[in-house]
Write a protein that binds this ligand. Structure first.
Ligand code: FPP
Length: 239
């Protein structure tokens, strides 16, 4: 019997479909998605989850129509402005992974300011994946290690899993135990590919704006009933 996951990661899919099925523009779906974000963040903190990683904007999302990209960036700023005080009250520390340098300076500054303002919080870590792609993260990490090798500060034979893990944006965070995807698609979309090697996967057809804390509790309960073997046998895990 496994208990609560230490790290939950969520691919929040389905905002666009939620909106178009109501005859609304896609951005209205993202706005509705923010409300779910707020509820899920507070709920996870209350339940005692250690780290919650939310896939808010992928490297590939830059290819969306400029108006949608602009709206998502605007919503991120709205979220940061509205939520930072509440994060502090709930003792939640904000962190971000992804290519910050691709963000507009004003968005980047607000993100960094929110991270700074919650830096002394010691409860849950809310880790926002923004302008994030796992292949991009891995490529950047490998490039960094290669530079160290060239500089003579790293022996190639010393490069092990731990070393690569420490070169990723997620350094210092435990690997995700549970990866949830809403919106009815069955893929991982370039999200935490290295870190989620042994994550339990949970897929739901519920579109992100309709996702509730009750459904999350159901997924957490199901996770608690799974046997995590990490390549070992049931007998080994039980002993
Ligand atoms: C995927 O739905 C969702 C996104 C690309 C963005 C997720 C963003 C939010 C939930 C709001 C912003 C979040 C924060 C933390 C500020 P989709 O647009 O691909 O939906 P579809 O598959 O139905 O088209």
């Amino acid at each position: 019997m496994t208990d609560l996951p230490r790290h939950v990661a969520i691919i929040m899919d389905g905002n666009g479909r939620w909106a178009t099925s109501r005859g609304l523009g896609r951005v209205r779906g993202h706005e509705a998605g923010i409300r779910t974000v707020e509820q899920v963040v507070e709920h996870c903190a209350r339940r005692g989850i250690g780290v919650l990683t939310l896939y808010a904007f992928s490297s590939e999302n830059w290819q969306r129509p400029p108006a949608e990209v602009g709206a998502l960036m605007h919503l991120l700023r709205v979220f940061l402005r509205r939520e930072t005080a509440r994060l502090r009250r709930n003792d939640i520390r904000l962190r971000a992974i992804g290519r910050r340098e691709r963000l507009e300076p004003v968005v980047r500054e607000e993100l960094e300011e929110a991270c700074r303002r919650t830096a002394d919080c010691s409860g849950m870590v809310l880790n926002l994946a923004i302008s994030y792609g796992s292949r991009d993260e891995l490529t950047t990490a490998v490039r960094r290690l290669a530079r160290e090798v060239r500089a003579g500060t790293l022996d190639p034979d010393a490069i092990d899993e731990e070393c690569l893990t420490a070169a990723l944006d997620t350094r210092g965070l435990p690997d995700p135990d549970l990866l949830i995807r809403t919106g009815g698609e069955y893929r991982v979309s370039n999200f935490l590919l290295w870190q989620a090697a042994y994550a339990e996967l949970a897929f739901t057809a519920t579109l992100w704006p309709d996702f509730t804390t009750a459904e999350l509790d159901g997924i957490l309960a199901d996770y608690g009933r799974r046997e995590r073997r990490f390549g070992k046998t049931s007998e080994q895990v039980a002993s």
